[in-house]
Design a protein around this ligand. Structure first.
Ligand code: ZN
Length: 310
């Protein structure tokens, strides 16, 4: 890892968001090798999988094994996605350091994605928080929420900004440590990003979470800059831009970690990530998923002459 304090946390979601949208399953050993290489490159948060029914997403069936194999890596916070209370119990059973729960701002997306109404999903967050509070000993996992379809929904179209903020306040009150906003569908634009994160941060204060952008319409990095300008310091991304959402038709990958790190470092913001090491982890993906499409620019163009880290 490159030493020094980070200005921005780049939270890698490729092993979860990326792999869950690909039908083939990456072998567990390859996932572990990939996660270790990402941590070695300096990424300090990695979402390694999802505690979801293996009938629904067989690609994620090894999440418990992945947590066990990676949670003690140095300088790394391991996260896993949980859709509901049962998933949270499974995550806590194997000592997952931090969980992230998606709560959709759109009723139609919520039903399709987790088979719950939005109100039921908020109740689930309160139950998960109770479960966490009942854990004994020193183990107190983090619980973060990402509001999905916060910038628009492929089924419902426009999503009211007032409603997104109202929902964020409810989720914080239900006991979440932080509530972030996800552009699941790639509908977001920089002006909207600024408005919503400005309001989120003024309503939630320290509980205002990070940004999760997809690059579906090419707005991903522009949206990152907009969010940075209003004080957001945590961004999800996936190596090689793997990803999408099986219930958001046409939603292509997350923003590309390599390009995000390059942009942030070029802007003078420390990420702690070594771009060369990151790029050298890309072939691991292909070793587990031969022929898969990988995205991004930095790995092809290389670093500019005279490039210096922040
Ligand atoms: Zn996503």
């Amino acid at each position: 890892m490159r030493p020094g304090k980070r200005d921005v946390i780049v939270s890698e979601v490729g092993p979860r968001d990326g792999l869950q949208s690909i039908k083939r399953t990456m072998p567990t050993a390859t996932k572990i090798e990939w996660i270790k290489a990402l941590a070695e490159a300096g990424l300090s948060e990695i979402e390694v999988g999802s505690f979801v029914s293996p009938k629904l997403l067989p690609q994620m069936a090894d999440c418990g094994e992945l947590v066990a194999a990676t949670r003690d890596l140095q300088d790394l916070t391991v996260l896993a996605l949980v859709p509901n209370l049962r998933g949270a119990q499974a995550a806590f059973d194997v000592g997952t350091p931090k969980i992230t729960m998606p709560v959709s701002a759109s009723q139609a997306h919520s039903k399709a994605n987790i088979n719950r109404t939005v109100e039921e999903a908020v109740e689930d967050v309160a139950r998960v928080n109770e479960l966490r509070n009942s854990l004994s000993g020193d183990y107190r996992p983090g619980v973060e929420i990402g509001i999905s379809t916060a910038f628009g929904c492929t089924m419902e179209g426009n999503v009211s900004e007032d409603w997104v903020i109202e929902l964020a306040v409810k989720l914080a009150a239900a006991g979440a440590d932080s509530v972030g906003l996800s552009d699941t569908t790639g509908y977001g634009n920089p002006a909207q990003v600024k408005r919503l994160f400005t309001r989120l941060r003024s309503e939630l204060g320290e509980k205002a979470g990070g940004a999760h952008f997809h690059n579906t319409r090419g707005q991903g990095l522009a949206n990152v800059v907009a969010a940075l300008e209003v004080g957001v310091t945590t961004f999800d991304s996936s190596q090689a831009g793997l990803g999408g959402c099986p219930y958001a038709p046409g939603a292509t990958g997350n923003i590309v970690t390599e390009d995000l790190v390059f942009m942030l470092e070029s802007m003078g913001l420390k990420t702690g990530v070594d771009i060369d090491k990151l790029v050298s982890a890309r072939p691991i993906i292909l070793s587990g998923l031969p022929g898969e499409n990988l995205y991004g620019h930095v790995q092809d163009a290389g670093l500019p002459k005279g490039f210096q880290y922040a």
